[in-house]
Design a protein around this ligand. Structure first.
Ligand SMILES: *Cc1c(COP(=O)(O)O)cnc(C)c1O
Length: 402
């Protein structure tokens, strides 16, 4: 068997992203001459003899020990993701939230302070605001796009700035260059959740971000059938996170990891298509007599259009829009859809639509919900890989009964 050990990734051949998405991170010769990546479905690994043990304990490399500490199938996914993001190293987790929480915990201790932007992923915010407090870690939440407030929030005890771009549901875009400059002035780390962008549309490490996080559940795996997460960056930081990961135990199952690798092969194709379809849908909806407002970063009307087009290669597959009318109309719109599935998540092959007011914010008082911009007629559409015309026809079906 060709050894699939942790170690330098196979030589990069200066190939395009779509080629590397298929091949990066694995040897051409695989177990039993398999073309596809072997799924090493084992919880533990064995040693041939005492010499084998000593080789492993002395040099660390050349052997796996136990499933929570690493697995060959997972190593391939980590090397492929690192290649695609242009990072030195990567750790893959059982979910995006496992990646986010483990990463954060590996960087702070009691008495530290962190800064996070207010429209970060709901569970990330909740973790920082509520749980970190229990361990004596203070957190300042700053308004998105308020770079002055962001800089002013930094204290001597600040460890990092956590941001996200684009964000949910308004697809706000963070100026990566600006945030990196602020962080460098104060010697703090920068973390970014780049789930909505993927390495096809945005390369935060090139702007100087220290760590990039992904929910691989979304575009990277892309088929709405697994949960997975990843963190990427410099080897020295990733080592620290990997060590804590071994204790926290958000380990991805090898078969699940195979599905991630399988999804990664087509992810540049899918995202290119989703970029095109989402833009076509956004253009169609903008100016529609039954639509009040459309949010898409590559529409000239988006408040961050300039930054978006300067730092991203595409606007992504999510389009947010507000229909005219009221909640009753919004329900009629949803009920008339025949192609788009009603459900959370994004980035997969099936088009999904969510109504945040009725789902993620159902338990918020109306006034509070409105203060957050989650109105009764707000929808988030996450386009899949179906034909744009069919998606538009389905939306028209809904708009007709609005
Ligand atoms: C989905 C998502 C997460 C959480 O990832 P899971 O894989 O669901 O744990 C984090 N951040 C963003 C931006 C997401 O969309």
């Amino acid at each position: 068997m060709a050894k699939v050990n942790r170690g330098p990734a196979p030589k990069r051949l200066n190939q395009a992203l779509s080629t590397r998405a298929v091949h990066a991170g694995e040897d051409r010769r695989k177990f039993a001459d398999s073309l596809t990546t072997p799924i090493i479905q084992t919880s533990t690994f064995t040693f041939k003899d005492s010499h084998d043990i000593e080789q492993y304990t002395r040099h660390g490399k050349g052997h796996y020990e136990y499933g929570r500490y690493g697995n060959p199938t997972t190593t391939i996914a980590e090397q492929r993701l690192a290649d695609l993001e242009g990072a030195e190293d990567c750790v893959v987790f059982s979910s995006g939230m496992s990646a986010i929480t483990t990463t954060i915990l590996s960087l702070v201790q009691s008495g530290d302070h962190i800064v996070i932007t207010d429209d970060s992923y709901k569970k990330t915010l909740e973790f920082c605001r509520s749980y970190l407090k229990q361990f004596g870690i203070d957190c300042t939440i700053v308004g998105f796009g308020d770079y002055d407030a962001l800089e002013k929030a930094i204290r001597p005890s600040t460890r990092f700035i956590f941001s996200e771009s684009p964000t949910n549901p308004y697809l706000n875009i963070f100026d990566l260059e600006k945030i990196c400059k602020i962080a460098q002035r104060h010697g703090v780390l920068t973390l970014i959740d780049s789930t909505f962008a993927t390495p096809v549309n945005q390369r935060p490490l090139q702007f100087g971000m220290d760590l990039v996080l992904h929910s691989c559940t979304k575009y990277l795996a892309g088929h709405n059938d697994i949960l997975a997460g990843a963190v990427l960056g410099r080897a020295e930081l990733i080592d620290r996170i990997r060590n804590l990961h071994k204790s926290m135990g958000g380990t991805i199952d090898p078969h699940c990891c195979y599905l991630l690798l399988r999804g990664l092969k087509t992810f540049p194709l899918r995202v290119a298509r989703q970029n095109e379809t989402a833009l076509a849908v956004a253009r169609h909806l903008e100016g529609h007599p039954r639509i009040k407002r459309v949010y898409y970063p590559f529409l000239e009307s988006h408040p961050h259009y300039k930054v978006a087009t300067a730092q991203m290669a595409g606007g992504g597959g999510v389009v947010t829009f507000v229909t005219k009318g009221n909640l009753a109309g919004a329900k009629r719109f949803l009920d008339a859809l025949q192609l788009c599935y009603i459900g959370p998540s994004l980035g997969g092959v099936e088009t999904l639509i969510t109504h945040p007011a009725m789902v993620s914010y159902y338990d918020y008082p109306r006034k509070e919900r409105y203060a957050l911009g989650i109105t009764d007629t707000l929808f988030r559409l996450a386009v899949g890989v179906e034909d744009a015309e069919d998606i538009i026809a389905d939306l028209e079906r809904g708009l007709a009964v609005l």
